[in-house]
Design a protein around this ligand. Sequence first.
Ligand SMILES: [Zn+2]
Length: 281
Amino acid sequence: MLRERVAETIYVFTSSRYLEVAAGLIMTPQGCVVVDTLPFPSESRQMYEFARRNCPAGIRWVVNTHFHADHIYGNYLFEGIPIIAHEETRAMLERVGEQALEEAKQETPELREVRLRLPDITYRGRAAIRLADYNIELIHAPGHSSDCTMVYIEEEKILFAGDAVLPVPYIVGGDLNQMLATLQKVQSLNLESIVQGHGGVLLRGEIPETLEAAINYLKKVRSFVHNAVSKGASERELLAWDVEKAGLSRVPLGGMAQELHRANLLYLYRSFQKERLRRAG
Ligand SMILES: [Zn+2]
């Protein structure tokens, strides 16, 4: 696991085990806030212990950015500390969490000690945590999934974007148009850095260009898939259109970019097809 400091009192923990997934720690004189809890107990525990050692006023809150396993499996280690998330995060975990965890335990023995822990407190729209001089805003940011939360630390101009910002926007299980609206929301914030849900930290100089590229990517994908469906292109033809043709690099996330991109194409293709059939029917 990689630990880096993105501001005087803010740390980012990046997993070396699973797709560079990130978690964060915001320290204030009145205690600290943890953003996401990583998937594997060994790394979650390291983060927990670091937080305990370095926050004399204690860990006050855990925020979950969304319900995906790689962001929340470490929750159970933060015993007694309230977890806050969007109301849909809790609802999704109630619906699918236990079964998904059981399946994950079959495949990954290291997860056997994990217990699912749901958010205790939920919000809708917008919420804020005020600690010392910090105003930590929770912003609903649907698109990657409908329940996503971004955590914005106004004083430091730092955004923990969760999976709302990734090297390749990923909309499988989510909604492309909502993703576009969320990225435009990010563009409107005054930012020094963005902690992506996976793939590292974006610094001030690279933010405008990266957000622009993500927005262009989604628009290109939308019109490409639209055309493919109206021309009756096969899935094979669809998948021949690679991530670089859609304007993004295939390098990030250990080469996973291409796979994420292809999953986006298929997801959108199938949902456009379904929509078309429904209209025709
Ligand atoms: Zn996710």
